[in-house]
Design a binder for this molecule. Structure first.
Ligand code: UN1
Length: 511
């Protein structure tokens, strides 16, 4: 799609490349005739490209293409579908550096993390490629003689994949790889902040051999493209990662048609530090999980729940490490923290700093960074508040930025109460040398992911990923569990007795 990706006319000016939707194997312009720009958040003078402003009519075409491609794709043996996923994973590995650099330019995360994002996409491609040869169901005895019973997974149909900008390659692959290996076809709507990352992925998918119509890309706004995908009667399964507010809206719309829907929503992840913890390790783990990706991970640590007896010692370590973090363009390998994604994000974090001033004590940061090279980007200083109470707003609401609240408590029980006293339940961590306390936390945290002696980020693709409470709706991404979102179970009974056998009636017990 590299050549055809450039829109046939109108969209591109001399030095800004234009990109089309990708529908039925073709690069097409939006029926709206409108385009939008994607800009580098570290330097907004840098325009990455112009992209199609999609409409419901574009979505209808993409859904139709996915429907037409479905019979051939679902009848392709799953191991053969898996081979295409392998090729796609290998192509991403081959192009890893190019993809990572493009990601840093469009989304802002530092290069090391962008490489990690691409690696996570490669990992899930390879994991799901292997599922093409597994996709196991059960075979099991029947309660009746001369009868055979088994369960198999089958594809659902067209999958609508709506993804965020913070992991612009990993998250689309978390969703598309299981959907595709299971035999579904895809309509993919990436976040408006990262359409170029999506185009680059789809280019490589085409090169890997996904047949035309199997994967269709429609760029544009959530209220136009996203809603049209959610409402389409011909899209049978939806997967969305984003805010809880948007997720609830999607759930309501999807419920009208009883669609399968997987939601990955907000988080308010806590790291507990007990009095016996290795404070050096705790400080390293917390700073990494709070300020990497500029705090813009669903899994980011935004609360430190610390035993009051070591709060000052921990805080001193957090403060000195955070002061040393270098802000700047993620393309500069010496930079630790890149920009926020856009101006709205910077305003939101600023708003939470104002709220925080009346709740805790500001220790560090609390404002945008606009000096010198930073003046053209959405930079925000890593920010720490101390003496925050568990029910304060900055300790309760998802901020999605570099703002960390330190909450002192008295002992383990109070720490667990604080960890669980939020609407969300994605990830939590505990730092302790006490094995009993670690096991209690593994049992007591109401989160989908628990870390012992590590920060709250760093999920690997072969384990289920997702959260409790308002973080989701019970589904999981990644791991084998991801297949549950994209398949229907079919239970099959084969009776070779040659007579009518009535289950539950003709199966008298041996005694
Ligand atoms: C996300 O922010 O939605 O565990 C995904 C992590 C990454 C994935 C985060 N592997 O932080």
């Amino acid at each position: 799609m590299t050549d055809t990706a450039v829109a046939p006319s109108g969209a591109a000016s001399a030095d800004v490349p234009g990109f089309g939707h990708f529908i039925a194997g073709e690069c097409v312009e939006s029926v709206s005739g409108e385009t939008f720009e994607s800009r580098n958040p570290a330097d907004t003078r840098d325009v990455v490209g112009r992209f199609q402003q999609g409409t419901a009519a574009d979505v209808a075409m993409a859904v139709r293409a996915a429907e037409l491609a479905a019979p051939r794709w679902r009848s392709t043996p799953a191991p053969k579908r898996g081979e295409i996923l392998y090729r796609f994973g290998a192509l991403m590995a081959e192009h890893k550096e190019r993809l990572a650099r493009a990601m840093t330019r469009e989304m802002g995360k530092v290069l090391a993390e962008a490489r990690g994002d691409v690696q996570e996409a490669i990992d899930i491609a390879f994991l799901m490629a292997g599922e093409g040869r597994r996709m196991f169901g059960d075979t099991t005895p029947s309660e009746l003689p001369d009868k055979w019973a088994m369960s198999v997974r089958q594809p659902i149909g067209v999958a609508g994949i709506i993804t965020p900008w913070n992991f612009p390659m990993a998250i689309p692959c978390w969703k598309m790889m299981p959907a595709l290996v299971a035999g579904n076809t895809v309509v993919f709507k990436p976040a408006s902040d990262t359409p170029h990352c999506a185009v680059l992925l789809v280019e490589l998918m085409v090169e890997a051999g996904f047949p035309p119509g199997t994967v269709n890309l429609v760029t544009g706004r959530g209220e136009d493209v996203g809603d049209a995908i959610v409402d389409s009667p011909d899209v049978s399964v939806l997967s969305f990662t984003g805010s809880s507010a948007t997720g609830k809206g999607i759930a309501e719309r999807a419920a009208r048609r009883l669609k399968r829907l997987s939601l990955e929503l907000g988080g308010k992840n806590a790291a507990v530090v007990l009095a016996d913890a290795d404070l050096e390790l705790a400080a390293d783990g917390i700073v990494w999980s709070a300020f990497a990706t500029t705090g813009q991970r669903c899994t980011a640590c935004s609360r430190v729940v610390v035993d009051r007896r070591v709060a000052d010692e921990l805080l001193a370590r957090l403060e000195s490490r955070t002061r040393r973090l270098r802000l700047g363009s993620g393309l500069d390998e010496t930079v630790d923290v890149g920009p926020l994604i856009n101006a709205r994000a910077a305003e939101r974090v600023e708003g939470y700093v104002d709220i925080g001033r009346s709740e805790g004590e500001l220790v560090l940061g609390g404002h945008r960074a606009g000096e010198g090279d930073l003046s053209n980007g959405h930079f925000f200083r890593p920010t720490i508040f101390r003496d925050v109470a568990p029910l304060d707003r900055i300790a309760q609401e998802e901020i999605f930025g570099p703002l960390l609240s330190v909450i002192p408590v008295d002992g383990y029980e109070a720490a667990v109460t604080a960890v669980n006293q939020v609407r969300y339940g994605l990830s939590a961590a505990i730092f302790t040398r006490d094995v009993n306390a670690a096991f209690r936390a593994m049992r007591d945290f109401e989160t989908g992911i628990v870390y012992v002696n590590a920060g709250t980020t760093g999920a690997e693709t072969h384990l289920p990923f997702g959260g409790w409470k308002e973080t989701g709706n019970g589904h999981r991404e990644a791991g084998r569990a991801a297949l549950d979102t994209y398949t229907e179970w079919k239970s099959i009974y084969v009776d070779f007795s040659g007579r009518v056998q009535r289950a539950q009636i003709d199966n008298q017990s041996a005694g």
